[in-house]
Design a protein. Structure first.
Length: 314
């Protein structure tokens, strides 16, 4: 019987976890004759009762495993830990807030069992219930990213997916410290079946993704999967040089016609041009060098504080 690992990154999901487990338990009971399950819960340094809830679930259900971090390392670290710990033949990634419907798991599993697809991934059909500003910025992000990067991502994709073990092995082979999972999922390739579903609002708690956090996450995507910004100074410098060359001709003609202020403006424009170009170059290079700096440190992506498997071994 196939083993399906369900990886659930959690940060302050004390209210959502019991509801998620109840929904997921119905799915596991529905599929008990076709597949076995393990729920791999990852506590990303929560400050509420999330860890206690995980301990209680693991105590009453042997299918539940958990790991807990020493502090908050971010969703990417939690997701990576879950992928490393997963034992299944098939591996799913889901959120605990039920925005990823557990009822879709049987359909996703059936597709992988009866076709040659390697992964079944999901995307939202709409963004009902989401603030208009966030929806607009999300559309802008996908549009800009797909034009700048060789990696292509569908708009409104979710991390929610079910994949074969070979896809997981390819993902784990990418051990960079600065991780952007949506980009990694797309980069490794394989044959993907896309399923759409209506947007679902979280069942409890508050979203951890503020506008600032989403902007930082977007920057991570650009710096991880495109080097095109490194060419911006070259393109911008060429355009500005062309502009100032034309402007210089105009000012020289003006100066030749007897305008004494033209020489003064030539000097001011040249200084402003080179100062701005230097700042742009330093900013772009600094962003990439900061990522290189973090990579060469070889710091761990996460640090474990507690793990359910350790208690079982004792």
């Amino acid at each position: 019987m196939d083993l399906i690992s369900i990886i659930v990154p959690c940060y302050n999901e004390q209210e959502s976890l019991p509801l998620f487990y109840a929904e997921m338990n119905r799915v596991m009971e529905q599929m008990k004759d076709t597949a076995a399950f393990e729920l791999m819960l990852v506590d990303d340094g929560s400050t509420d009762g999330t860890l206690a809830e995980m301990r209680a679930l693991a105590a009453k259900d042997a299918r539940v495993r958990y790991v807990s971090f020493s502090r908050n390392f971010g969703k990417e670290g939690a997701l990576y830990a879950g992928l490393q710990k997963a034992r299944g033949d098939y591996i799913a990634v889901m959120d605990a807030d039920l925005q990823d419907p557990p009822a879709m798991v049987p359909q996703m599993y059936q597709i992988l069992k009866t076709t040659d697809y390697d992964c079944v991934a999901t995307r939202r059909r709409n963004r009902h219930g989401e603030p208009p500003v966030r929806s607009f910025l999300a559309r802008c992000f996908y549009g800009i990213f797909n034009r700048m990067s060789q990696v292509r991502m569908k708009e409104a994709t979710r991390d929610f997916r079910l994949m074969r073990r070979r896809v997981l092995d390819a993902i784990l082979a990418m051990q960079e410290y600065n991780r952007f999972s949506k980009g990694i999922f797309a980069w490794v390739g394989f044959k993907i079946k896309w399923l759409e579903f209506e947007n679902v609002e979280r069942v409890a708690g508050k979203t951890k993704w503020s506008l600032g956090a989403l902007l930082r996450y977007s920057m991570e995507a650009f710096l991880s999967f495109t080097t095109l910004p490194l060419l911006f100074p070259l393109v911008l410098g060429g355009a500005l040089c062309l502009f100032f060359a034309v402007l210089l001709i105009v000012l020289l003609v003006t100066a030749a016609c007897g305008n004494p202020l033209a020489w003064y403006w030539i000097l001011i424009d040249a200084l402003a041009f080179f100062a701005g170009l230097q700042l742009i170059c330093l900013g772009v290079f600094g962003a990439y060098f900061s990522k290189m700096y973090m990579e060469i440190k070889h710091r761990p992506i996460y640090i474990l504080k507690e793990e359910s498997d350790e208690k079982e071994d004792r």
